[in-house]
Design a protein around this ligand. Sequence first.
Ligand code: G3H
Ligand code: 13P
Ligand code: ZN
Length: 309
Amino acid sequence: MIVTNPLDLMKAAQKGGYAIGAFNVNNMEISQAIVAAHAAKQAPLILQISSGARKYANTKMLVDIIKSLADQYPQVPIIVHQDHGADFDICKSAIEAGFNSVMIDASHEEFDGNVRITKEVVDYAHGKGVIVEAELGKLGGIEEHVSVDEKDARLTDPEEAVEFIKQTGADTLACAIGTSHGAYKFSSDGKVDVDRVKKLTEVLPDTPLVMHGSSSVPQEYVEIVNKYGGDLSGARGVDESTISEAVKYGVSKVNIDTDLRLVMTAIIRQVLTEDPKQFDPRKYLGPARDEIQRMVEHKIDVLNSAGKI
Ligand code: G3H
Ligand code: 13P
Ligand code: ZN
């Protein structure tokens, strides 16, 4: 079921010590696998759609796939979320298409510009019953050589965050704590600043926090890709134990895309290499979908969201 009370879901996660997985969708198979996993584990779900996904698959097509899955699995509460909305118009068009949650990502702006753009989206979205995620700070891995000053300049500052939420009225906050997007998060010993999550939760007890760049890049799938003709050497993600810790200290939404891509690619490569005569897409997309479901069920345990519906 696509929920009409997305904020209640986020607050329940925040108060309940679990996070809702926010998985990126681009096509039917990935969407089916994610929703089936959440039905099996009885977990609430955020399906998020990036601007790139909207261009690739067509916004209505993705919304229709989600609506169809919501009918098929009425027991799963689903939030439909615009991932990284770059401006007001993208967020507005997402809302018009039926999303009930949007992210306005103006984190590249200075503080005042970020506040201005975010507030404009908040005012519009709240008028339509849609919730808003905003971002403060800059995503990017913290490598060992990065100085304390440099690190503080990039990561979300708790005092600034309080002012930002006060001025914008955003419902949830994407915070920079040392993670980055993609399959190559850390080139050396990377760290995630879990203490910063603790501090942010202390100063913003009513604002659910969002962790972007949360793929763990499981090495078993990297190895399959590399074994069957790919090259993802050096790919590295966030330890799942670190994600669980961040959830324990107040992260309520955990964004995962790269791990879905990785599993899909690994299984397709494996099937086609082991069976070179195969050319029925169902024979490689089907096993890929099954493996994505398994991986997502495991993530639900990492996020402690099983049984929370
Ligand atoms: O934020 C990044 C997500 O993985 C979406 O990626 O813009 O390539 O769809 P994308
Ligand atoms: P990953 O690249 O770690 O999966 O992060 C996805 C994300 O943050 C989408 O907003
Ligand atoms: Zn992101």
